[in-house]
Design a protein around this ligand. Sequence first.
Ligand code: HEC
Ligand code: HEC
Ligand code: HEC
Ligand code: HEC
Ligand code: HEC
Ligand code: HEC
Ligand code: HEC
Ligand code: HEC
Length: 218
Amino acid sequence: MQTQRIVLSALIKSVLPVGILAVLLVCVSISPAAESDSYSQDVEKMGEMTTIDCARCHHEIFMSIKNGQGAHRIECRECHETFHGFRRGMRYEDVLPTCTGCHETPHGESEQMTACKSCHAVPHAPLASLELKTLEPLCASCHADAGTRIASDRVDHGKLKCVLCHSDRHGYVPSCQECHGTPHSQEITEGFTGCLDCHGNPHDLSLATDDPDAGLKE
Ligand code: HEC
Ligand code: HEC
Ligand code: HEC
Ligand code: HEC
Ligand code: HEC
Ligand code: HEC
Ligand code: HEC
Ligand code: HEC
């Protein structure tokens, strides 16, 4: 009993100060005073910000350019020579680059065609953000030849909307077989490179040879 008590008090005497010291050390190490002493460190000056630096804050924009896969995949600072200059009283659009600053007006001067963002909805991914629905009423303004031809088509393609054939995305070109399968026997089409050899233009169907009976050998 006695020896146990002596051992216990010896333990307390030796362990307790060590414990108190440890607690004090922990307190000091997590105290705000020690943490905020940034000035105890040496810091290197940052170089000029790169696209990757911009991306850390403007992550969504970086991803939109990356995923857009288009020709706007160039360094941020090639377009944004100045940035972070916006102040109260300014108009936001006045501190940002304009499309026409680099491209002028590629589709003409009409009001419809100079509202760049009405079609190129995402400035950082101008092609990927084109939508067929927005373009639909304006196909013929840019593709005058197709528009004129189809308006005068004597056959059934004249009744069809552009986007029935050019579906899916802008620029998609269908094959005739997608809708018509193989209407003629191989005998008839042999020696011809494609449907349009005889049918002329998809927007203005005809049998585009001087001799309308060409290729229809009995
Ligand atoms: C600081 C210059 C700059 C600005 C501002 C700019 N672009 Fe571009 N753009 C370029 C360059 C450079 C290219 C690639 C070379 C080329 O096609 O001329 C390009 C290419 C494009 C292309 C072709 C895309 C492709 O992937 O082939 C489109 C469409 C386009 N830009 C639309 C726009 C629109 C819309 C705006 C405004 C929201 C705009 N651009 C603003 C410089 C710019
Ligand atoms: C090809 C030129 C071009 C490139 C490259 C480009 N931008 Fe832009 N950016 C623009 C144009 C044009 C606008 C203005 C769009 C508008 O009028 O709304 C713009 C707008 C912005 C805006 C403000 C509007 C918004 O969408 O929040 C930010 C922020 C921005 N860009 C950051 C970046 C960053 C970061 C990068 C690189 C990762 C980058 N840009 C690359 C042309 C570009
Ligand atoms: C530390 C974070 C951070 C970094 C890094 C950063 N930006 Fe910004 N940027 C912001 C914030 C915050 C705003 C204001 C809110 C907004 O528009 O997103 C802003 C706004 C902008 C704007 C629109 C307003 C203006 O005054 O021009 C552009 C353009 C822009 N940044 C481009 C860039 C470019 C280019 C880079 C790289 C060279 C870059 N930023 C790096 C945080 C950052
Ligand atoms: C009515 C919709 C519409 C408007 C408005 C519009 N664009 Fe386009 N833009 C297109 C389409 C569609 C293409 C063809 C894309 C392709 O090649 O697949 C295109 C292509 C481009 C190209 C690629 C080069 C070329 O001519 O093939 C550039 C650059 C461009 N547009 C810039 C602009 C600028 C700048 C504005 C505003 C002044 C603008 N666009 C307004 C729909 C539009
Ligand atoms: C703002 C002008 C513009 C509008 C609006 C527009 N296009 Fe285009 N389109 C272009 C340009 C520019 C190209 C690429 C250059 C080229 O091949 O003529 C193109 C390419 C195409 C092509 C591919 C041509 C090829 O040879 O591969 C098809 C198909 C097409 N457009 C159909 C349409 C249809 C359908 C619409 C309406 C839903 C439409 N376009 C609206 C400008 C436009
Ligand atoms: C019945 C289906 C069909 C309809 C409707 C149609 N196209 Fe086409 N278009 C085609 C096919 C098929 C081709 C490819 C022809 C080839 O292989 O040379 C084509 C080619 C094109 C091209 C590229 C070659 C060229 O002639 O410049 C453009 C641009 C185009 N069409 C625009 C339009 C527009 C605009 C409309 C509506 C006014 C339209 N198309 C309606 C089937 C159609
Ligand atoms: C997206 C579907 C589609 C595509 C692609 C398409 N057509 Fe058609 N085509 C039609 C429809 C719909 C009609 C009208 C059929 C009807 O009224 O019976 C038609 C009618 C025709 C006719 C007249 C048929 C008749 O009975 O008078 C010919 C010829 C024809 N197409 C040839 C072509 C050729 C050649 C191509 C390729 C350049 C083509 N088509 C591409 C849908 C298409
Ligand atoms: C050797 C010339 C020639 C070629 C090649 C050709 N056609 Fe025809 N096609 C004709 C003639 C001539 C007619 C009208 C005679 C008739 O009514 O059978 C016709 C009629 C059609 C019709 C109207 C429906 C029908 O069967 O009467 C369709 C649709 C058609 N062709 C689609 C096509 C498609 C799709 C191709 C390509 C796979 C094609 N043609 C290739 C000469 C050709």
